[in-house]
Design a protein around this ligand. Structure first.
Ligand code: GDP
Ligand code: MN
Length: 400
């Protein structure tokens, strides 16, 4: 689950990671009140107004602006709130900005050399260990750094039994070219950051930039935090941070119905039970020349109600031109699933406006096929996996 910058910073702060302070606002009036409050607390007169959307590169898209007085705060917030922010990480239409973060300006005017670093904490899946990735080239696109100057990106792997060792934190600070007070501050920063990552059950932290001010403070200016959803049950306060406005509406609805659904770009809707079979089905569709419109695991109990809900969700995607039902009847009998498909088809009537190819294998597969073939519905049955994928291609070609 992805968080907004202001939420990520809240979590970091709760573990003692120094952050650029800020207050979130929904309206220009709230923004002005927030700026006044920050001035009282931090003494800063300048503020940065930052669009809160689940996408990076906001600065480039005009979603991060400096305000030198309250008038600026009001006008800039007014401009950014409600805008469709387009960044290299959004779609072409951009993302609607519902909130802005009013943050203290931490780039002191006249500061000759504020240093911006890059730092992330994530799991290295190849070694099964968490690692800290960091670079002196902060503030810019890390993908560009990786492409053009990969030797400027360092990684430090952490032994899960030992945790981050003090010498590792020092090595990171040293590799970033720091010494004296700044080195000590960076050691504290990295240590607190890693603790926050572990204790919050996050799957990714990306802090770009980490700022070193001229008076040797080290702080997180940006925060991209991804929480591990499987651990949300033990962080009720984090679970409440979910912003459904940022998520795909069909996926949100599917989740509420207990379906495991991921929206994709293709035109073949898939209804499958079991994640492995769902992946296999997508592969086979691709191999036959098609393109899956979604990943959908309906789970073990593929009864009529569930099948109908799943059809409804798949059909919300206007790109879907055919649906492949591929269900293995192990625990659930194929003839029951077939009955479910037929019943759902009957109930939905005109709502189903694309051809359905149905392959049921496993217990009572033969009865299931007969049930489908004799239903009088326009459902094309298939027995073999490849045959099902080929039939999908056939109907798509007929339509085209
Ligand atoms: P991103 O573009 O979505 O990654 O958003 P960031 O939070 O990283 O902000 C983009 C850029 O805005 C940063 O790289 C900084 O250069 C700049 N910025 C952020 N905070 C401040 C600030 O307090 N003062 C000034 N002057 N610039 C800032
Ligand atoms: Mn950033």
């Amino acid at each position: 689950m992805n968080l907004h910058e202001y939420q990520g910073k809240e979590i970091l702060n709760s573990f003692g990671v120094r952050i650029q302070r800020g207050i979130v606002a929904n309206t220009p009036e709230e923004a002005v009140a927030a700026a006044k409050k920050l001035t009282e607390e931090t003494g800063t007169g300048w503020h940065v107004i930052k669009a809160q959307v689940h996408a990076g590169g906001r600065g480039k898209g005009g979603g991060v602006k400096l305000a030198k007085n309250l008038e600026d705060v009001k006008n800039i917030s007014n401009d950014i709130l409600g805008m469709m922010l387009i960044t290299p990480q959004t779609s072409a239409e951009g993302k609607l900005v519902n909130q802005v973060l009013i943050a203290e300006d931490v780039y002191y005017p006249g500061d000759s050399e504020p240093s911006e670093f890059y730092m992330s904490v994530l799991l290295n899946r190849a070694t099964g260990r968490n690692m800290i990735m960091y670079s002196t080239e902060g503030g810019m696109d890390i993908e560009t750094v990786a492409e053009e100057t990969p030797h400027l990106i360092f990684t430090e792997e952490v032994d899960p039994g030992l945790g981050l060792m003090p010498f590792q934190a020092r090595k990171i600070a040293f590799n970033l070219g720091l010494s004296g007070a700044a080195l000590k501050e960076m050691v504290k920063f990295v240590t607190a950051l890693y603790t926050a990552y572990i204790k919050s059950d996050s799957s990714m932290f990306e802090i770009n930039p980490v700022l070193k001010t001229s008076d040797d403070k080290i702080m997180a200016v940006d925060a991209k935090v991804t929480l591990d959803e499987n651990a949300l049950y033990r962080h009720k306060d984090y679970a409440a941070m979910r912003d459904l406005r940022e998520e795909n509406p069909i996926e949100v609805e599917a989740k509420a119905a207990g379906l495991n659904y991921v929206d994709l770009d293709g035109n073949v809707g898939c209804m499958v039970n079991g994640a492995g079979l769902a992946m296999g089905t997508m592969d086979l569709i691709k191999q036959a020349g098609g393109d899956p419109a979604n990943f959908l695991d309906v789970g073990g109990t593929a009864d009529a109600q569930r099948v109908e809900t799943a059809f409804g969700i798949i059909l919300k995607d206007p790109n879907v031109k055919a649906i492949l039902v591929n269900i293995f009847g192990g625990i659930v009998r194929c003839d029951r699933v077939a009955q479910g498909v037929v019943d759902a088809y009957k109930n939905m009537g005109d709502k189903i406006n694309v051809p359905i190819i149905c392959r049921l294998q496993g217990t009572n597969a033969k009865e299931a096929k007969e049930l489908i073939d004799n239903s009088g519905m326009e459902i094309i049955s298939a027995t073999e996996f490849q045959e099902a994928a080929d039939k999908v291609q056939e109907v798509l070609q007929v339509k085209a």
